[in-house]
Design a protein around this ligand. Structure first.
Ligand SMILES: CC(=O)Nc1cc[nH]c(=O)n1
Length: 104
């Protein structure tokens, strides 16, 4: 199992500023456990940019995306649906991972 956890670099400013406090992932990235510390790298060039503590992980269907989730991603709800559809085409079952930044 690949336990590397990455984000697209465009999300870094929002993560480090505390404006993005969740990430929505598919089954392949449902392995983090609450309390776990993750060393987080950029997807594009594998550059470390912070450490996160996992606060919560819970299943979330595409049909159940709400305004609250969009706010936690610092996006509008249509924007969040589009971003997730672009990253995970055709998928509708996800995991919500809530986190806090513990080092940067
Ligand atoms: C690299 C990658 O998949 N990044 C993602 C995917 C979904 N949400 C997110 O915040 N970042």
């Amino acid at each position: 199992m690949n336990r590397k956890f990455t984000f697209f670099s465009r999300f870094i400013p929002d993560i480090l500023a505390g404006r993005k406090t969740i990430t929505i992932r598919d089954d392949s990235e449902s392995w983090p456990k609450p309390g776990e510390l993750l060393e987080v790298h950029t997807f594009e060039d594998d550059r470390w940019f912070c450490q996160l503590r996992v606060l919560e992980i819970s299943p979330l269907a595409l049909a159940d995306f709400k305004e609250e989730h969009a706010q936690q991603e610092n996006m509008s709800l249509p924007e969040l649906r589009q971003v997730i559809a672009d990253i995970y085409p055709g998928q509708d079952a996800f995991w919500l991972i809530r986190f806090e930044v513990t080092a940067q």
